[in-house]
Design a protein around this ligand. Structure first.
Ligand code: F6R
Length: 260
């Protein structure tokens, strides 16, 4: 794991945007794995700016989102579809027909999940997978106890995860109980994983992900087995890492050719 710690989320998001932009520039037909939530908002803002001001070109890209709520229509203001169009897709030139988000309204969940996995394979696999992390250690919506080799499937949200998004649904009652999410095995197949975490609320999950045992009880910890995972953290999210000084030293002394 490569761990990059920046003083604040703004600087961390600049680094993250640089990592995604590099893939976009180096591989014109790259496949991007995307996340929703508060964490990647500044990353997406940076990508939109790079598209507008520097001509960062998404015309050849394909994207796959991690997850979507079950039973929520794409046009619902709190769906992950709406989020992605509001914050990224409406502002860049990624072709609509190559945008993939799980179908939360499907009437045949197992078939839709199999199809999603097949679509990722047919596109050539994900080049860079953007991830946030839940305060309980979930990545995607692979909640604690998720199989470390799981594929895209339906999952039941924990109460903690539902409370985290309650405001967007007018209170906990309104929050969907289920999601379709890429599995941990699906995420592990990505060529590169880029996990962002900001704020004290994420510090424990980050420390358990990086320095704890690999366990289904902290789904993010499976990334310890991934050969190319980069964590970009702000100081608060890094505050419970025992070896934070070491990670910072390593990063500062990396030769340029080895960065990211
Ligand atoms: C979102 C997702 C989740 C979030 C996580 C953190 O697509 O898969 O794992 O990344 O719940 O959410 P925020 O960023 O809102 O703290």
């Amino acid at each position: 794991m490569e761990i990059i710690i920046r003083p604040d989320s703004q600087q961390a998001s600049m680094i993250a945007a640089g990592i995604v932009a590099r893939t976009v520039r180096e591989k014109p037909h790259a496949v991007l794995g995307l996340a929703t939530g508060n964490t990647p908002l500044q990353l997406y803002r940076n990508l939109v700016r790079m598209h507008r001001d520097e001509g960062l070109d998404f015309a050849g890209m394909t994207s796959f989102n991690l997850d979507e709520y079950v039973g929520i229509p794409p046009a619902h203001p709190s769906s992950f579809h709406s989020y992605m169009w509001a914050h990224l897709f409406s502002h860049i030139n990624l072709p609509k027909e190559r945008i993939n988000i799980p179908d939360g309204l499907t009437t045949d969940v197992p078939a839709a999940c199999r199809k999603y996995e097949q679509a990722i394979r047919s596109a050539g696999g994900i080049d860079v997978q953007v991830l946030g992390i839940g305060s309980n250690g979930h990545i995607g919506f692979n909640e604690p106890s998720s199989s470390l080799s799981s594929r895209t499937r339906i999952k039941t949200l924990t109460e903690e995860s539902r409370l985290d998004v309650a405001a967007a649904f007018g209170g906990e009652e309104g929050v969907p109980t289920h999601v379709l999410t890429m599995g941990l095995g699906t995420i592990m197949d990505a060529r590169k994983c880029l996990l962002l975490a900001f704020g004290k609320k994420k510090a424990r999950a980050v420390a358990r992900t990086v320095e704890g045992p690999v366990t289904a009880m902290v789904p993010g910890s499976v990334l310890q087995l991934h050969p190319r995972t980069i964590l970009v953290l702000d100081k608060d999210a890094a505050s419970e890492l025992e070896m934070a000084d070491y990670y910072a030293w390593v990063h500062e002394h990396k030769p340029d050719w080895q960065k990211y």
